[in-house]
Design a protein around this ligand. Structure first.
Ligand code: BGC
Length: 725
């Protein structure tokens, strides 16, 4: 794990003492859209940053939001955060991080702006696809290896957006009212794990306010929590345009101000801060603290190995100690494919409609705009200039080969004018995201009719629809959970003429599925990176046994979602997180609200038997052991999920909370013992409403299952664990 050492701190102190105020000021604000200024006379380079979670973003001009390269910034497009979480495979999260880190370094970056770990609170948040889960344990479990993977390549991760950037509407001004319990139990833990367990060298302050404090100047979050309680020594950078007040931000734990305009000298941490220091209104020591954080991180990344030497050219000196990185290589594409394969979720498969057997498939009809659409180039700052992107249609055609006739017909269309303008980021401080466009009803009817007519003639029909980055989009939340472009009517009509129609959804957040009871097979694919279509086709054709499990609940209707029933969401000005800790399954399971597909759900083409549960407290660890056997005919991966229910707290608690998980690949007939070790303290910890502190339950009940509802084994009820805390 890359960490900041005493040597890094000593070097930082020594360099700091040689810097002028102007030089220090240059290091703490954007001097380009994605960089700070260096100090050439001391061998301190500029600090180069880039988005984002799904690969290294294209190269922009230093002072304008225009791309500057033809082909040389094409990059491995990685599966989105939700897809990484959907694998429930820490090893794949790690390899995702390694690709991101090696490519960022290969592109000359010092910090990659990701991963995005905000909790998915509502199905409507425009950035849900970037985020991992509604659950802090799964988010932390996946983001820790991902961050470590990034930082193996002498690049800093920048976990974002701290904290609770769970809505896009009015994101620069919205004040989110969140209770202490929800903050401690849901919204902070992934960031805490990123700092303490992964050693992230960077963190990004969110745009929004929480409980009246702006995140990029918050004494609570940047101060008491991040710097004091968690002892974070790395760089806290603002979101682009997230700093509003010079003194408050300068005196907070924030180190670097970044923004979206090219008037760099007018940034709050530029001339306004310098003048305030000169007038004696702000103590220069605050700036020194920031600069020492930056220098220590630079040294940890081997950026300063030659600093202090005379460098007449003033340029960055090449060193042999720093990892060179590299991008676009075959190993990275393989890694992206491995993640995509394990991220696809088989939601439903009655009568074993899937997998389709390629040897008997002489013709197949594919319907739906998402079959033939690339998604890498959209979504906001997570956009990717992909090396390539295999669409589902390409994946299917490529794998079926010449003996199968694949006919494609869109069935609906995605109007061109929807989405963002090229200059959206520059304009983003004013919330100008365009409204999605609409196809007229006559055209929609014609497209539907053509598709339905053809579907009646085919035995095998695959519908591939869902959302796209005109809906899963930074800067705007969705208005509802319905599928756009008249897809619901189309799917119903297809099921009328062909009840075996396979329904595939490609999306980054849940959609209402009014036809779900009628469809025999439903497959969920996230924005799955450059090999997304390959992975989907492998699952449909059975060369890959699906093993993705939902990292979030899919409610039946938006009206069931706790953020909407109990709290408020999507309003400008102020939103209330009154659902408290009852987010996602914590709400649905406890209040017994039926969902379409529950948290942790995912089917396979095989079956698993769980037996022999042993639960014991071993030192500081809660050790949960059980056997899992593959009782089917295909190799597959089980996802044992450990849920705990805290007992005897005297306070209302969710009936289930995820505390651990694993992923186990088993050959047919193979049986393996799975051990889920969780520190007792992590299992029992809760934030008490009564005492206003973190407390520990003295008793827990545990259960292991393949989803929060598919519980296979239950441990001793009300087990005492108090003596071990
Ligand atoms: C986003 C960040 C991103 C930054 C730089 C902002 O609009 O919220 O996630 O890293 O832009 O592109």
């Amino acid at each position: 794990m890359t960490t900041i050492t005493t040597e890094n701190l000593t070097k930082a102190t020594s360099l700091l003492s040689q810097l002028t105020l102007d030089e220090k000021i240059g290091m703490i604000h954007g001097a380009g859209l994605f960089r700070t200024a260096g100090v050439p006379r001391l061998g301190i380079p500029a600090f180069m940053m880039s988005d984002g979670p799904m690969g290294v973003r294209r190269e922009f001009a230093d002072d304008a939001w225009s791309g500057i390269y033809g082909s040389r910034d094409r990059i491995t497009y990685l599966p989105c955060g939700s897809a990484v979480a959907s694998t429930w495979n820490r090893g794949l999260a790690h390899s995702t991080g390694q690709v991101l880190g090696e490519e960022a370094r290969g592109r000359g970056k010092d910090m990659i702006l990701g991963p995005s770990v905000n909790i998915k609170r509502s199905p409507l948040c425009g950035r849900n696809f970037e985020y991992m889960s509604e659950d802090p344990c799964l988010t932390a479990g996946q983001c820790v290896p991902l961050i470590r993977g990034i930082q193996e390549f002498d690049v800093a991760a920048c976990v974002k957006h701290f904290v609770a950037n769970s809505q896009e509407t009015d994101r620069l001004q919205v004040d989110e009212h969140i209770g202490e319990r929800a903050l401690h139990e849901l919204y902070l833990p992934a960031f805490e794990a990123a700092v303490k367990r992964a050693g992230t060298l960077g963190i990004m302050g969110a745009y929004n306010l929480v409980n009246g404090e702006r995140c990029c100047e918050s004494p609570t979050f940047l101060g008491s929590v991040l710097r004091t309680a968690w002892q974070f020594q790395g760089i806290a950078v603002s979101d682009w345009g997230g700093v509003f007040r010079t003194k408050e931000s300068a005196e907070s734990g924030l180190d670097i101000e970044m923004s979206v305009t090219s008037s760099f000298d007018e940034y709050k941490f530029a001339n306004p801060l310098k003048e305030a220091i000169r007038r004696g209104e702000i103590d220069e020591r605050h700036i020194d603290v920031k600069v020492s954080h930056i220098l220590a991180v630079m040294d940890a990344l081997h950026m300063l190995d030659d600093a202090g030497r005379d460098d007449a050219m003033g340029a960055r000196t090449a060193t042999v100690t720093r990892n060179a990185g590299g991008y676009g290589g075959r190993a990275h594409r393989d890694a992206a494919l491995a993640v995509a394969e394990e991220s696809v979720v088989l939601l439903k498969n009655e009568e074993s409609v899937l997998p389709l057997d390629p040897s008997t498939l002489d013709r197949v009809l594919v319907i739906g705009a998402n079959a033939d659409r690339v998604h890498s180039n959209g979504g906001g700052s997570a956009e990717i200039k992909a090396l390539y992107e295999v669409t589902p249609l390409l994946g299917l055609c490529g794998q079926l080969g010449g003996n199968t006739e694949v006919r494609y017909i869109p069935g609906y269309e995605i109007p061109d004018s929807a989405g963002q303008t090229d200059r959206w980021q520059e304009e983003s401080l004013h919330d100008t995201t365009a409204e999605a466009a609409r196809t007229d009803d006559t055209r929609r009817g014609e497209l539907r009719e053509q598709a339905v007519r053809l579907a009646g003639e085919y035995e095998h029909v695959i519908f591939i629809g869902g959302l796209d980055h005109d809906h899963d989009l930074e800067g705007r939340d969705r208005a509802d959970m319905r599928l756009p472009y008249g897809q619901d009517e189309l799917i119903e009509a297809l099921l009328d003429v062909n009840p075996n129609t396979v329904v595939v959804m490609v999306a980054g957040s849940p959609v209402q599925m009014p036809w779900a009871d009628r469809a025999k097979s439903i497959v969920w694919s996230w924005y799955g990176g450059c090999e997304t279509g390959t992975a989907l086709a492998e699952v449909l054709l059975g060369t890959v046994n699906p093993s993705g499990h939902l990292p979030e609940s899919f409610p039946l209707h938006l009206e069931d979602s706790p953020a909407h029933v109990l709290g408020t969401f999507g309003q400008p000005g102020q939103v209330r997180y009154d659902e408290d800790i009852y987010v996602g399954y914590r709400y649905y399971e406890t209040k017994q609200v039926p969902v379409r597909f529950c948290f942790g759900h995912g089917l396979t083409y095989t079956s698993f038997r769980y037996t022999d549960l042993h639960v014991a407290v071993d030192g500081d660890m809660l050790r949960v052991r059980c056997d899992v056997e593959n009782t089917g005919a295909r190799t597959g991966s089980a996802v044992p999920q450990l849920y705990a229910r805290l007992e005897g707290t005297g306070e209302d608690r969710p009936v289930a909370e995820l505390k651990g998980y694993d992923k186990v690949r088993l050959e047919p007939g193979e049986r393996r013992t799975v051990i889920l070790d969780v520190p007792v303290a992590d299992t029992t910890r809760y934030y008490s409403n009564a005492t206003g502190r973190v407390e520990h339950a003295s008793r827990v009940s545990v259960a292991v299952g393949e989803s929060v509802q598919d519980i296979r084994l239950t441990g001793p009820a009300n087990m005492s664990v108090s003596q071990r805390i």
